[in-house]
Write a protein that binds this ligand. Structure first.
Ligand code: UDP
Length: 342
């Protein structure tokens, strides 16, 4: 019996594959390699002792997914595969609905055909849009009202999966669903084997590290006039290993008929300036920082209220020291300054 990981060659998916293998599972990883990295899979395979099968395919290929699920006795699916750039989703909304929402529809149909029993879905805090002050820190009960197509593509998928789960429960079929809403996932595997490599890279911590490495001239701070203590945006940076650990906790806890939703964050926000200071401390290097205008669609403050998953599953992030999160990213970037590219 294998666990199917979609997006298994991507940043978060590859860390999930690594963890599942470490826990002794057999894994089938699927990735269309559009933004995922075959090199990550190669590295993981070396340590997998034959327990990792990789298939380069699109999650939207319903027949192939159903066939893989049947062949490998898949009863649990962790669904990471997605496009995840907010800006790109604004200019290419249909691509996001095709790749994220429509492909997820095909996937749940395949799950239905193969009688999959547990589905853990990567959703996003972007589904909350711009929460009003009373919902900061953000609980799962915060109204979901996305402000960009990326957030909508995920929220529509949440809805589809919920409707399927409700019907499965009514019909007495064993099925359980978890929707996990990520905050800002950061850092890399602390053994240094795999890491974060996005093309293009837009995320704050890696961009700062690329400036430190001389690959970019300066970091531009997107807005210094936000209504926050230092004028820059505040986000909740959760370490990728912790994020994956939460998936394992949720996956193990799911019982037939369950429909669960959890926010995954550390429950504390850091400003862009605090991140810059941390990168300077960790790398021991000063680097060029410019001030620019706000980036459209960036809410001033987003951080999780992590109490629900703590009280229900006793899970909380273990790596909450910002410098430790940044250090793990720095270790990877130093060893792989151009990511997986040779
Ligand atoms: N940010 C920035 N300069 C950059 C990249 C990001 O000032 O070059 C800010 C961005 O405006 C946001 C925070 O850093 O407030 C985190 O952005 P990121 O793109 O890493 O993640 P997001 O919050 O968009 O998911």
């Amino acid at each position: 019996m294998s666990i199917l990981v979609t997006g298994g060659a991507g940043y978060i998916g590859s860390h999930a594959v690594q963890r599942l293998l470490r826990d002794g599972h057999k894994v089938v990883a699927v990735d269309n390699l559009f933004r995922g990295h075959a090199e990550a899979i190669d590295l993981l395979k070396e340590k997998a002792g034959g327990r990792l099968t990789f298939v380069a395919a699109d999650v939207g290929d319903r027949a192939l997914m159903a066939q893989l699920m049947a062949e490998h006795g898949v009863k649990t699916v962790l669904h990471f595969a997605a496009l995840a750039y907010v800006g790109e989703s604004v200019t290419q909304p249909l691509r996001y609905y095709r790749n994220n929402t429509a492909a997820s529809l095909s996937l749940i149909e395949a799950c239905d055909e193969a009688r999959v029993e547990k589905l853990v879905f990567s959703s996003t805090c972007a589904s909350y849009g711009e929460p009003s002050r009373e919902f900061i820190p953000i609980p799962e009960t915060c109204p979901q009202s996305p402000i960009n197509p990326y957030g909508w593509s995920k929220l529509h998928t949440e809805r589809m999966f919920m409707d399927y789960a409700t019907e499965a429960a009514r019909a007495g079929r064993p099925f359980a669903l978890a929707r996990l809403r990520y905050f800002n996932v950061a850092g890399s595997d602390r053994t240094g084997l795999i890491g974060e490599h996005h093309e293009p890279e837009t995320h704050l911590i890696p961009v700062c590290l690329q400036v430190v490495l001389g690959q970019r001239e300066a970091l531009t701070v997107f807005g210094t006039d936000y209504p926050t203590p230092d004028g820059t945006c505040i986000r909740d940076y959760v370490h990728v290993e912790d994020l994956v650990d939460a998936h394992v906790a949720v996956m193990n806890a799911l019982k037939p008929g369950d429909q669960r939703a959890y926010n995954l964050g550390i429950g504390r926000g850091y400003s862009v300036r605090q991140i810059i200071e941390s990168v300077k401390r960790v790398t021991g290097k000063d680097f060029a920082v410019k001030h620019g205008p706000r980036r459209p669609g960036d809410p001033p403050e987003l951080f999780a209220d992590p109490r629900k998953i703590k009280s229900e599953l006793n899970w909380s992030a273990s790596i909450t020291d910002l410098d430790e999160i940044v250090s793990s990213a720095w270790r990877w970037f130093q060893k792989h300054p151009t990511g997986y590219s040779r």
